[in-house]
Design a protein around this ligand. Structure first.
Ligand SMILES: [Zn+2]
Length: 264
């Protein structure tokens, strides 16, 4: 009985703190940073020196090209699921499983450009707000289940975050278990192509990337990259339409890496 009372109080509290209003950018970034630390402590960080160096230099170049003043950070996680993400506030991760699919450093720049664009365009904030409105109960249940020492998460990345409580737990569910909208995906494609061009990578590689991702899709169930996105065909035709203006940006980039190194 006591437990239920505590739980009820906790739920009310969650309602007030999570559902009452959207968190400020600083609050959301702080929750993201907390979740990121948890991911880091619970993941196996790759020891592949060559891939790690590549992820770090691409992350730095894309971050600089975005013009955003975030607390940038990037890690390469040992995980066969082909995925990559950037949290609100600039905390990035790439899974080792996506590297062979990408084939080139330029394709990695396209992926990271896209993910960074979700952060710079504040798409996470919108996703968080939608999670609050659309499925408040789910988020509260996720928060409440922390009482029992466990987070209710669907994605494997989210399930990793068992140590989180309160708002950071709500953030983890909103970030890892919810999808971006189609509009946000298209915006991230466009901004991502611009970032990679500014960073000195041939933006045409963003189109080839989607052919590789499509070929890798197979029948397997899908991370953010493969499931939430506009149809591959529509996406490629968008990217092709933007290419002439993005190519201009690339031509003016002081440093040019072309496709960069091959990923072996
Ligand atoms: Zn996306």
């Amino acid at each position: 009985m006591k437990y239920f009372l505590l739980l009820a109080l906790f739920l009310l509290h969650s309602c007030a703190t999570l559902g009452g209003k959207e968190p400020s950018e600083a609050e959301l970034n702080a929750q993201a940073a907390k979740a990121y630390e948890e991911v880091k402590s619970k993941s196996k960080i790759s020891t592949n020196a060559e891939w790690t160096a590549m992820v770090q230099r691409v992350a730095q170049r894309i971050a600089r090209a975005s013009g955003e003043n975030f607390q940038w950070e990037a890690i390469l996680i040992e995980n066969p699921e082909p995925n990559a993400w950037c949290m609100p506030g600039g905390k990035m991760a790439v899974h080792t499983g996506i590297m062979p699919v990408l084939q080139t450093e330029g394709a990695l720049a396209a992926v990271m450009g896209h993910e960074v664009a979700h952060a710079t365009k504040r798409h996470g904030q919108k996703r968080y707000a939608r999670a609050m409105q659309g499925n408040l109960l789910g988020v509260i249940v996720a928060g409440a289940s922390v009482v029992g020492g466990q987070l209710l998460c669907k994605s494997s990345q989210c399930r990793l975050l068992t140590g989180l409580g309160g708002a950071a737990a709500g953030f983890a569910v909103a970030f890892f278990d919810r999808k971006f909208s189609r509009e946000d995906e298209t915006e991230a494609d466009q901004a991502g192509q611009i970032y990679m061009a500014k960073a000195g990578y041939d933006p045409a590689e963003s189109i080839v990337l989607w052919e590789r991702m499509g070929a890798a899709k197979g029948g397997k169930s899908a991370p953010e990259w493969l499931s939430t996105h506009p149809s591959d065909e529509r996406r490629r035709s968008n990217l092709r339409n933007w290419l002439p203006s993005t190519q201009e940006i690339y031509n003016q980039s002081p440093q040019k890496f072309g496709l960069g190194e091959n990923i072996r």
